[in-house]
Structure formats: structure tokens, C-alpha cells
Write a protein that binds this ligand. Structure first.
Ligand SMILES: Cc1cc2nc3c(=O)[nH]c(=O)nc-3n(C[C@H](O)[C@H](O)[C@H](O)COP(=O)(O)OP(=O)(O)OC[C@H]3O[C@@H](n4cnc5c(N)ncnc54)[C@H](O)[C@@H]3O)c2cc1C
Length: 476
């Protein structure tokens, strides 16, 4: 139980409306999008400024109290589950876009700014913020930094780390440091790059300097319809093989298409084996030739139809269907668990076959919607949390899918992070020595392990049991 004097001091720092301690209200924060594990925090702190974040962290440090950072809670690996940390610090009131520098194409924003708000703020100037997770209308820049998030358009534009120039970080003892900066390159170790993707285990990001990207001159969005998932996968490799890097290359299988069509009535053919959403962007003079080249590749893979969105409205409707696909899954089952793995692009047909076999073995329904161009798969395992046996089968199937990704030369996360969900899979990729080096690195920021404890790293015992590293990832 938290000391009432500490709670009172936190309340003094952030104001009475900035501290939640009533269990009924705190329940809202019991999990993120990984709903298989839940824990209600004892207190949720909602600072209004980076200075309040630093003051709250200093106070917790003085009392040796662990905390977990949280943005919008859209994470899918349990990253902000309050494990061994009674206090949650939520950035939802850190919403200021501090500066937009059009000439140098960068923006300084607070950590709680919602991803889509950045692109909206600069759209009139012909700019956008490129990393676009499908959750972009809700997730925060701080969460994106912590997870090194990707999105449909990161195939061409790169993931979050490619668009972060600098960070303001509150270290676990409350000290405020600047990592990176406004310049493209800074001397010394790339500590900014280290914190991007650290899943909130090295401190709490309060501000980020973002790189802004010029909007392309033209965009063409195509919907290609295939009889089978294999044909769609071959088309993905074919498109990239002819030298075209689409801005986005997304796939949905039949189960997913049926759910999305029932929800959004876009006009998807519900009897198709798979559909691809292919977006091409760039100079207007080149786009029509690229559309024709993509049509040819799809025809060679027996595409039933290739449609080009007629206008911005149709393009927006197509993307709305894709980006809200997870929401449409509610029509298929009361609960779902989104897995996240990655395989070499050419192995996508193999992993989809493996997923189908795993689904059959565990008597589960699994829908697939994913960033096919990156080989980043998102099988969605459908279940009913009131059925304990089904929950067990979902967890087992998830582990098997990740193992299959590793066996195919891939990895256990494309973009959703390790969190609590994939802790036991980490040793499939890393040796005990690798893990030790990573923990030592983390300890340089958080020696006491009080910032987001219980995440990413397996306990030493578990590590030894399951370790069969395939490659040495870290040199000692
Ligand atoms: C429908 C849906 C679609 C999604 N699509 C994508 C997608 O296309 N691509 C993708 O990559 N992800 C996707 N995600 C996953 C998720 O949206 C991202 O991981 C996102 O970046 C999480 O942001 P958040 O603000 O919700 O963070 P949270 O869920 O609140 O936190 C995530 C992690 O970041 C840490 N954290 C949060 N804020 C900070 C901070 N300021 N400083 C330090 N650590 C912090 C937390 O401790 C936690 O470990 C999707 C999720 C959903 C529900």
C-alpha cells in the first residue's frame, strides 16, 4: 500500500484532478490492448507539464517507489501493465505542440500528443509526420517512441526511430536529460536511438523533436483481389521485385475481409482469398507507369480484379476500413489477441500456412491483417475470455506462432514490443550473455529497476531453461 503522505505529496504536485486513487476509476488503467493480463494501479498520476513529471519522479525516487509510464494504453504487448509498480504516470495531459519549424521541417511536441494530431497540425503546409500506426488517432508520440512503432506507410518511409531527432527524458531519479537534438547528427553515442524502442524502461519521455516529411506530389491507392493468400503474397514479392517500393502494402485474409466489410461496407469481395491494399506515391509523372506495372504483377498472380481508388474520398474510405480493421473484429468474437511477428517477406506464405495449422490444432479462429510489404504479420486470435480453456489455447497458439516466425528466420516482434507478452520468447533470439549486456545497459539509466519493472527481460531461471539462441546478436 502506498504511504498516504506520498499520495498527498503527489496530489500537491499535480492538483486534485491529476491524481486517481479510487479503485473504480483506476480500473480504466488496468491493461492496454493486451487484455489477457490485468492489474489495477494503486495510483495514476496525470501531470500537466514536463516539470510536473520530473517532480513526481523525483518524489517517487526519494521514496524508492517504482512507476510505469503510460500514453494512451493502445499497446499490444502489456507494456504499461503496472507490474511491481504501484504508480502509473500517464502523459495524456502533456498535449502541447510546442514548436513547428517549417523551414527546417521539424516539430517539438510533448509526449502525450496524439500521433495523428501532428500530421493534422502541419498538413496545410504540405508536410506530414510519416510513422502512422493504425492506432494513430489514439496513440501518443511517447508511446510510439517507447515501442519504435511502425505502420502501413513505414514500408517506404521508415519506422519511428527514423523520424525522431531528439528527446527530453526524465530519468528514473527525476533528472531531466536531452538526447539527440535539432540537428540531423550529434557527436557521441546515439543515446536517442537507445531510448527509442526501450519500452519505457530507461525513463519517461516528456518531449520529442520530430522530423516532418514533405507530402508526395501524387498518390494512387489500389485494391487488388486474389483467390488465394499465396497469390497475394507472391504479388507482394513481385511488386518489390520489379523495383517499386510502394508507400504501403497491406494484406487482409478472407476472415478479416468479411469482418471489415460487415463493419464498413466498402465493397470488399467477401469470397476472395485475400486482398492487398497497395499505395503508390511520388512524382505525378511516374505514378501512372507504376500503376500499370503493379497491375501486370497482380495479373501474373491471377488477381481477380485490381481497382484504383477514384478520388480522395474513396481512398480515405479504403484506409478507414484497413485502419479500423481491429475494431471490426468485435463482430467475430467477444475478445481477440493481436499477435505480432516478422518473417522475411518471401516467407509470408509459409508463416500463414503455419498459422492456419496452429489454428486448426488449437481449435481457434485466426484472422490475418498485416503489413505484408515488411513481412510483419498480425494474426488476430479470436476467443471468449469467459472460456478458460480457450484462453489457455490462445496463449499456447500465440507462443507457437512466434516460434514459427523465429524458425523461418524472422523475429518475435515487428513493432508491438516485448512488454510482458513475449518475455519468454526473447531467449529464442538472444543468448544469456546478450540479455545480460542489455540489462547492464538498462541499469546505466535505471540501476534500481524502478522504471517499468517486469518488462522485456526474462527472469534468470527462465532464461536458462528456454535459451537456444540462433545468432549472437550482441558482442561482449
Ligand atoms: C487498433 C490498433 C492498431 C495498432 N496498429 C499499430 C501499427 O500499425 N503499428 C504499430 O507499431 N503499433 C500498432 N498498435 C500498437 C500501439 O498503438 C503502439 O505500440 C503505440 O505506439 C502505443 O502508444 P500508446 O500511447 O498507446 O502507448 P501505451 O500503450 O500507453 O504504452 C506503450 C509502452 O510505451 C511506454 N510509454 C508510453 N509513454 C511513454 C513515455 N512518454 N515515455 C516512456 N515510455 C512510455 C509504456 O510504458 C509502454 O511500455 C496498434 C494498436 C491498436 C490497439
Amino acid at each position: 500500500m502506498l504511504d498516504p503522505q506520498v499520495l498527498a505529496a503527489l496530489g500537491d504536485l499535480v492538483g486534485p484532478d491529476g491524481l486517481i486513487t479510487r479503485p473504480g476509476q483506476a480500473r480504466v488503467y488496468e491493461c492496454d490492448g493486451w487484455t489477457l493480463e490485468k492489474r489495477v494501479p494503486e495510483a495514476v498520476v496525470l501531470p500537466r507539464t514536463p516539470a510536473e513529471v520530473a517532480a513526481a519522479v523525483r518524489l517517487l525516487h526519494r521514496h524508492a517507489i517504482a512507476f510505469v509510464p503510460r500514453g494512451a494504453g493502445t499497446g499490444l504487448s502489456g507494456g504499461c501493465l503496472p507490474l511491481d509498480a504501484p504508480v502509473m504516470i500517464c502523459t495524456s495531459r502533456l498535449k502541447r505542440i510546442v514548436e513547428i519549424d517549417l523551414v527546417n521541417r521539424r516539430a517539438v511536441v510533448e509526449a502525450g500528443v496524439v500521433n495523428l494530431a501532428v500530421s493534422r497540425a502541419v498538413a496545410a503546409h504540405g508536410l506530414f509526420y510519416a510513422p502512422d500506426p493504425s492506432s494513430q488517432s489514439a496513440c501518443t508520440i511517447g508511446g510510439n517512441v517507447a515501442e519504435n512503432s511502425g505502420g502501413p506507410h513505414t514500408l517506404k518511409y521508415g519506422v519511428t526511430t527514423n523520424h525522431i531527432l531528439g528527446l527530453e527524458l526524465v530519468l528514473p531519479d527525476g533528472e531531466v536529460v536531452e538526447l539527440g537534438g535539432a540537428m540531423e547528427d550529434v557527436p557521441g553515442y546515439d543515446l536517442r536511438g537507445l531510448v527509442v524502442g526501450a519500452e519505457g524502461t530507461m525513463g519517461l519521455v516528456t518531449r520529442a523533436t520530430l522530423r516532418l516529411t514533405r507530402q508526395p506530389e501524387g498518390v494512387r491507392t489500389l485494391l487488388a483481389v486474389f483467390e488465394s493468400v499465396d497469390d497475394a503474397c507472391n504479388a507482394v514479392s513481385g511488386i518489390i521485385g520489379v523495383g517499386i517500393i510502394p508507400a504501403a502494402l497491406e494484406m487482409m485474409d478472407q476472415l478479416m475481409v468479411s469482418a471489415v466489410e460487415a463493419a464498413f461496407h466498402f465493397g470488399f469481395p467477401t469470397d476472395a482469398g485475400a486482398v492487398l491494399i497497395i499505395e503508390l506515391d511520388g512524382a505525378l509523372a511516374e505514378l501512372d507507369a507504376e500503376v500499370e506495372a503493379v497491375r501486370r504483377v497482380c495479373a501474373a498472380q491471377r488477381a481477380r480484379e485490381v481497382r484504383v481508388a477514384r478520388d480522395d474520398a474513396e481512398r480515405a474510405a479504403l484506409w478507414k476500413s484497413r485502419k479500423r480493421a481491429f475494431g471490426a473484429v468485435g463482430r467475430l468474437a467477444p475478445n481477440y489477441c493481436t499477435q505480432d511477428g516478422v518473417v522475411p517477406r518471401t516467407k509470408v506464405p509459409d508463416i500463414l500456412r503455419a498459422i492456419a495449422a496452429i489454428a486448426a490444432r488449437h481449435r481457434l479462429r485466426i484472422a490475418n491483417v498485416f503489413h505484408a510489404g515488411d513481412g510483419n504479420i498480425h494474426p488476430i486470435l479470436l476467443y471468449d475470455e469467459r472460456d478458460a480453456d480457450e484462453v489457455r489455447r490462445v496463449i499456447a497458439a500465440g507462443h507457437e506462432i512466434l516460434r514459427a516466425c523465429v524458425d523461418l528466420g524472422g523475429s518475435i516482434t515487428g513493432e508491438h514490443g516485448i512488454g510482458v507478452e513475449k518475455i519468454q520468447e526473447l531467449p529464442l533470439l538472444f543468448s544469456p550473455q546478450d540479455l545480460l549486456v542489455m540489462q547492464q545497459l538498462r541499469a546505466a539509466f535505471d540501476a534500481a529497476g524502478r522504471c517499468n519493472p517486469g518488462k522485456i527481460f526474462p527472469t534468470p531461471g527462465a532464461c536458462v531453461e528456454v535459451t537456444r539462441p540462433r545468432h549472437r546478436q550482441v558482442a561482449l
